[in-house]
Design a protein around this ligand. Structure first.
Ligand code: ADP
Ligand code: MG
Length: 368
């Protein structure tokens, strides 16, 4: 068992620098929770409070129902893996992994068993007698994870463990972490990253942190398909969702919005008669913009920049409507679109609506 519960957790550094408030979160045994959010939003702070490396200055932290606020880090059953591997350079892989157990006075047999188990899980068996300098970055990070595994913690904490690796190694190591989770289904993991793909692929649930609190908690696809607010809508997904201001002119199961300038957008997001005249932002993800086939369209403009990524092409253009540059993501290669006029609509069912920053779809489905 390794359930975590955070109730009204708060962090104020040095009695005056308040960085987190009202953190309420329940994490169940076996989950892999990913914290994402802008740089400086408090991801590491929250992780370090759970580890016991930072004092919780308000609220309660419980593990398996027991209050942990004042329990020393070593007694929490938690292991943390950092971005910098911090391996001992003069020790072999085996000794690096065994070190904490030796310090704790474990027997030789126990240590051997724990190191062998970790080496098997991480496929490090062939490297046990090497020094860290004879390993690749990805292998070093695996040794750092191995040092956590040998202690058999209830909870693993990872703070951007892959950020020092190059792109190809990140992908390979990400897949290894997913396999590691499979191999240890009863351990609870909390993983901080600023990498969207890591968050989307690894997480059982993602916690989006912003403005000193939690902006939304949900499965990766929940956050993608039903963001609770504009912040999450624009933070999850890359490039960010396009937003276009408008006013509700027809309500019901479908909502009609008059756009900035002329034109209308129709959304499957339901509204009530009281929403008539509501100022909204119409949101469409770049990948949900398609060529307009009739007279109606959301955006038209001249393409300034194309970025052909191979499987998709990003088109950036200044649209006649809206204030920000618009981004569309089209499947395939379209370098020919540069300098040309495009006229785009949202694919059916893909129009989000936000009022006062909050999602109307989320509201319609019973959210706050
Ligand atoms: P993240 O990991 O999301 O980038 P951090 O948790 O490192 O963010 O930092 C959150 C905020 O807390 C930042 O504004 C940072 O400057 C501040 N902070 C972090 N550590 C300290 C500290 N020891 N004393 C004062 N402020 C700190
Ligand atoms: Mg950090």
């Amino acid at each position: 068992m390794a359930d975590l519960k955070l109730t009204d957790v708060e962090k104020t550094y040095a009695g005056k620098i308040n960085v987190l408030n009202n953190i309420n979160l329940e994490i169940k045994t076996g989950e892999l929770i990913v914290f994402v959010g802008p740089s400086g939003c408090g991801k590491s702070t929250l992780l370090r409070m759970i580890a016991g490396l930072e004092k919780v200055t308000g609220g309660t932290l419980e593990i398996d129902g027991q209050r942990m606020n004042d329990v020393p880090p070593a007694q929490r059953g938690i292991a943390m893996v950092f971005q910098s591997y911090a391996l001992y350079p003069h020790m072999t892989v085996r000794d690096n992994m065994a070190f904490a157990l030796k310090i704790a006075g474990k027997s030789k047999d126990e240590i051997n068993a724990a190191v062998t188990r970790a080496a098997n899980i991480l496929q490090l068996g062939d490297y046990l007698d090497r020094l860290p300098k004879a390993l690749s970055g990805g292998q070093r990070q695996r040794v750092a994870i191995g040092r956590a595994i040998v202690r058999d913690p209830k909870v693993y904490l990872f703070d951007e463990p892959l950020s020092n690796l190059d792109a190809a190694l990140r992908v390979a190591t990400r897949i290894e972490i997913a396999q590691l989770k499979e191999a240890m289904p009863n351990s609870t993991m909390i993983y901080v990253t600023h990498d969207q793909v890591e968050a989307m692929t690894l997480a059982s649930r993602i916690v989006v942190l912003a403005n000193k609190g939690i902006a939304q908690v949900g499965t990766p696809l929940d956050l993608y398909e039903r963001p609770e607010n504009e912040f999450v809508a624009q933070f999850i997904g890359s490039p960010a969702m396009n937003l276009l201001p408008g006013e509700v002119i027809e309500t019901g199961a479908q909502t009609t919005v008059r756009l900035d300038g002329e034109g209308i957008a129709v959304s499957d997001v339901p509204t009530t008669p009281g929403d008539m005249g509501l100022k909204v932002n119409v949101g469409v993800r770049p990948e949900d913009l398609v060529a307009a086939d009739g007279d109606a369209y959301l955006y038209d403009g001249k393409v300034n920049i194309t970025e052909a990524l191979g499987e998709v092409t990003l088109l950036y253009f200044e649209a006649e409507r809206g204030r920000d540059p618009v981004v569309a993501k089209l499947p395939g290669i379209h370098q020919d679109k540069r300098g040309g006029l495009v006229r785009l609509n949202a694919a059916p069912g893909k129009v989000h609506l936000f009022a006062g920053g909050k999602s109307l779809l989320y509201r319609a489905q019973g959210g706050a």
